[in-house]
Structures are given as C-alpha cells and as structure tokens.
Ligand binder design. Sequence first.
Ligand SMILES: *Cc1c(COP(=O)(O)O)cnc(C)c1O
Length: 280
Amino acid sequence: MYCAVNNKVMPVEEATISIRDLSILRGYGIFDFFRTDQGIPLFLDDHLARLSYSSNKVFPKASLDIKAVKDTVLRLMTYNNKPLSGIRIVRTGGVTPDGYEPGTPNLIITQEDISFPSDEKYKNGVKLISYEFQRELVEVKTISYMTGIWLQDRVHEAGAYDILYHQDKKVSELTRSNFFIVDNNETLITPAVNILKGVTRKKVIELAGKFMKVEEREITLREVSEAKETFLTGTTKRVLPVTQIDDSIIGNGKPGPKTKAIMEAFEKLENEYFDNNRKN
Ligand SMILES: *Cc1c(COP(=O)(O)O)cnc(C)c1O
C-alpha cells in the first residue's frame, strides 16, 4: 500500500514523520475522512471544503493547497487500486521547536480498509449510552478523540454501539457521527450548534427536506427519550437507526418508517453520485 506525506506518494513502510511532531506530543492536528466505492471518492469536494475549513481555523498562517491535496488523493488511488476504501487526510501541528509552539504542518494521506455496520444493525438499530461531554474546537474535525476512545470499554460493557454526548441537558453528537430525532409531529430535528457538521448530515438534511419538515435546533435529553425515531449519520455508518439510549427504548424499539425512508433516499443519492462520477 502507498500513502502520501506532504504530497509525495511512497510505500507506507517508507513513510515517516518526526517524533517531535505536535500531533504526537500534544494531539494537535486536524483531518478529514471519506469513502471510496467503485473507485470513486464519495462527496470528495464536500470533504475537501471541510478539510479547508478545519485547516484555516487551526493553521490560519499555513494555507493548505486544496487542489494539490485533491491531485495527490487521485494519484494515490491509482497507485493503490483499491476500489472500496477509506481515505484519511491528516494535517499535523508539525515539528515543534519547544514542545508547544506549532511548526510547519505535515500532510499525511492514507488509504485504508473500511467496514460497515452489520446488516443486523441496520435492520434492528443500535443502542447508545449517553455521556456528558463537549469536544474541543467543536466545529473543527480535530484528531483528538481522547474521551471517546477512553470510554470504549464502558461502551462494550453496556452492550452499546457508541456514545451520545450531551451538555446542559442538550444533546450534540456521537463520538464520530451526527444525531437526528423524529418527534411526535413527524419533524426531523438535528442539533445546529456544538457539533462537527458532517457531510452525511448535510446530505440527509437536504434529502429529508423533500418529504418532511426538518429543523436544525437544540434537542433536549427529554425530547430524545420522547422521540418516535432516532438515528445517527456518518461516512462509514451512512444512516444507522438508533433504537435504545441508556435504558430508554426509542419508539417501539424498531427502526421507524421515516428512518427507513431516509436510509433509502441516502442510498439512492450515493448511487446517483457514483453514476454521475464514473469515468468512461
Ligand atoms: C467525522 C465526524 C462526524 C461525521 O461526519 P461525516 O462527514 O458525516 O463523516 C460527526 N461528528 C464528529 C465528531 C466527527 O468526527
């Protein structure tokens, strides 16, 4: 397998960055992650736009050449010839002179295997546990997943799939996914602030808007427990039904009709994207 460091493509075994990089010493860096399927990078421009946003927030003085990044991604894909994959683009704090000051950012692009949740999870939904937490620089896709990774044992012990974060009795998102509820008026609601704006979230809002009312606003823990349906969204999860949160069963404990309609609409959108972006 090949990767790219600072836009130079090389075998993964030959790639190195300094142990003085701030990503290693302080967890300082940003990234983005998207899927390729049938050799087509899904929603690539949306992900590059978000990468640019994260980079400008965290490294305002070190501009990122997005066109060069895109060229490298496409070049890397031809080297690896791996139609189904995840591509991760990481921009690190760089080699620090004193253990704290950022240096010149390093850009690492890797292509890796991905797996989707099992059919059983799409069919029956998953359980979440809730946890009071707010990510740092919440609108940026930072590389720091300290709390989520640290809590993995607790997730497994609870027989859960992931964690729903909340603060001041309002829910925000999961460790790596966004969160939606369908309320008793059949309105789709997703938090507007204190979240990472997922590309999948954006697509779902657009799609659902064609057949139901959609609101971006705060959601209280109480609204979640009274919701008819809940689901999560993310690049490797797509639209995944959530049927239990802590001890609270959502709706009748089965994925609901609106969730199913949105899952179907999202799958259709993906297929349209692949059809429109296939080179031949
Ligand atoms: C990546 C991520 C998401 C989901 O974004 P997608 O673009 O849909 O994959 C949501 N929340 C957090 C914290 C994330 O890191």
